[in-house]
Design a protein around this ligand. Sequence first.
Ligand code: NAD
Ligand code: ZN
Length: 368
Amino acid sequence: MTKTVRVDLGERAYDIVVGERLLNKAGDYIEPLVPSKKVIIVSDETVARFYLHRLTNALEEKQIRSRSVIVKAGEGTKSLESFGNLMETLLEQKPDRHTTLIALGGGVIGDLTGFAASVLLRGVNFIQIPTTLLSQVDSSVGGKTGINSRFGKNLIGSFHQPLLVLADVSTLPTLPKRELMAGYAEMVKYGFINDPEFFAWLEGHAAAMLSGDVSLMSEAIARSCAAKAAIVGEDEKEQGVRALLNFGHTFGHALEAETGFGDTLLHGEAVAIGMVMAFATSVMMGICPQADFDRVLAHYQTVGLMESPLSIRTSWSISALMEHFTRDKKNKDGKLTFILTKGIGKAFITQEVNRDLIRDALARSCGA
Ligand SMILES: NC(=O)c1ccc[n+]([C@@H]2O[C@H](COP(=O)([O-])OP(=O)(O)OC[C@H]3O[C@@H](n4cnc5c(N)ncnc54)[C@H](O)[C@@H]3O)[C@@H](O)[C@H]2O)c1
Ligand SMILES: [Zn+2]
């Protein structure tokens, strides 16, 4: 069964198609969008080894001529230097304004290719074929593209919406379990933000879904995309409500920064812990029922999500973590911005947080 989620952005509107074995049928979806029949696929070495041939075969069936550019796997590929190399390699293929780029891979490939598409010959079309759970529920939706600077992650980028997103759940079985769980954190986040029914559904189905039930997985991915699309549709350029998508991220980013943005702590793992910290802080403030927090913790146990910074490191420097909050991009006029919650499905954005309280919550979560 295939599900389609429409991202409603006026003339930049597009479909996200979620389902099984979509790569094999990719030509059917892509052909109407690429009248020039010329595409360049960008993928990483790992994903290309598993899935590139399926995509090129499917395109060939529709007489779409494809070339491929394969880059190294991993966050390092979002550097300015590898972006420069990618641009030169793309230009070597003599693209024209009608060439379409296809991103085949996780969030790294999507962000890099999307950004390349937004500046190649002053902008060409692109299509996303996300192959990690994180990219299927999060990074491929909403049109943020970008690369990293030595001053921080995603600081160089653009908003550039794709023509189409094909989320093929049949690519997920090869994904390492840790990456799958990191993606799951971003999925359950939508329940925490504003969809308590979705969280309840996940309480009932996530364990089976994460053990390989593809039909449950398709349903949950489509629901996640719809949740993100609704928020992005309201606030494409992040002037307001889109910031809710950062639930758990302020805490999470601080942990990621302290662990060096590497394999010690994946982004989704940091977010999983960050969301627990957001609940814990909200409970301490007396605005979130303890019972909701208990449900969250029980769910983490059931599915095996990381719930504490202590599982990474036995002690943390609270002042170092506080320092990261002070530098957060979302802060306004020197006031810290946090996404807190009044309970499951009731997240909200606030500038009214007491620094001492945040410090206390950190100290409790970090065992200090
Ligand atoms: N643009 C946005 O809105 C947005 C949102 C969230 C995250 N992001 C970005 O997304 C990136 C993280 O994305 P990610 O977690 O997908 O990481 P990733 O792209 O690095 O993929 C993780 C690893 O899994 C491998 N892989 C991918 N698909 C596979 C498959 N089907 N089978 C086996 N291995 C596979 C990759 O080669 C890589 O080694 C970060 O750079 C982050 O900044 C962007
Ligand atoms: Zn995230």
